[in-house]
Design a protein around this ligand. Sequence first.
Ligand code: 48F
Length: 252
Amino acid sequence: MEEQIISKAIIETYFKELLSNLDVDVAVAGAGPSGLVCAYYLASAGRRVAVFERHLKVGGGMPAGGMMFNNIVVQEEAKSIMEEFGITLKKYAEGLYTADAVETMSGISFKTVKAGVKIFNLISVEDVVVRDNRITGAVLNWSAVDIARLHVDPLGIKSKVVVDATGHESEVCRLVEKKTGGIKVAGEKSMWAERGEKALAENTKEVSPGLFVCGMAANAVAGSHRMGAIFGGMLLSGKKVSALILEKLKSA
Ligand code: 48F
C-alpha cells in the first residue's frame, strides 16, 4: 500500500463530504449533548444536518461528568432519550439515574453519525450569514486558526437554520448580539440545578429569525441558572429544539 493512496482516500472522501454539506437544512454549532441530540432527531426525520465542533473530541462537557468524576445524572423525564441511544441507566433514587459519561458520549455520537449527520470536528463557527434580517448560513474556520491566532479568512455555508449549541458561552448568540442586534444575551446565573433544568425547556427556542438555541446556551441567553452534571435537561432541550425546527421547516 502506497502512502499516497492513504492520503488520497482521506482527502477525496473528506472533501466530498465537506462539499455535500455546503448547503444544509440545519447547521449545528457545538457537539455537546444538546447539539448532538438535536442533530440526531433532525436527521432521523430526514433533514440534512451538519454539526461543527471546535474541539478534537465530541460530547462537550459530558465525558468529564462532574468535576472529572465521569458519571452523569439523568432524571426520569429524559430516560426515554437515553434508551433511544441504547445507554445503560442505573437507578440511583426515585426518578434519578446515573450513567457512564463515556458510554453516553460515545453512544449518542455513534447513533447521531449513523442517523446521517456529518460531525466536522476541529471546525469552529465564527460568524453567521445574514440576509434580510434572517440568518441564512454559518461562517466556518479551522479551530487551529483561532488557537494559533493566524490571520486566515473563513468560508461560509448555507443553511435554513443555525443552532447555537455552544454551551455556557452561547457564542453564536453573542456574536449575533454584537454584530446584528435583536438578541440580548443575559449570561447564566450561578448553580441551581432544579431551577436551571426547569427553565431550560422554556428557554429552548428560536431567538432570532433562523437562529435557534438549545442546551446551556439557551439558559445563558435567557439569564437562567447553570445546573452542573445533571444532563436530562440538555437531552430534552436537544429533542425539543429539533421538534421546533422541524415545525419551522415544514411551514417554510
Ligand atoms: O458545553 P457543551 O457540553 O454544551 P451543552 O450541550 O451541554 C452542557 C453540559 O455539557 C454541561 C451542563 C450540564 O448541566 O451544564 O456543561 O449545552 O458543548 C458545547 C460544545 O460546543 C463547542 C464546544 O467545544 C463544546 O464541545 N463549541 C463552543 N463554541 C463553538 C463550538 C463554536 N463557536 N463553534 C463550534 N463549536
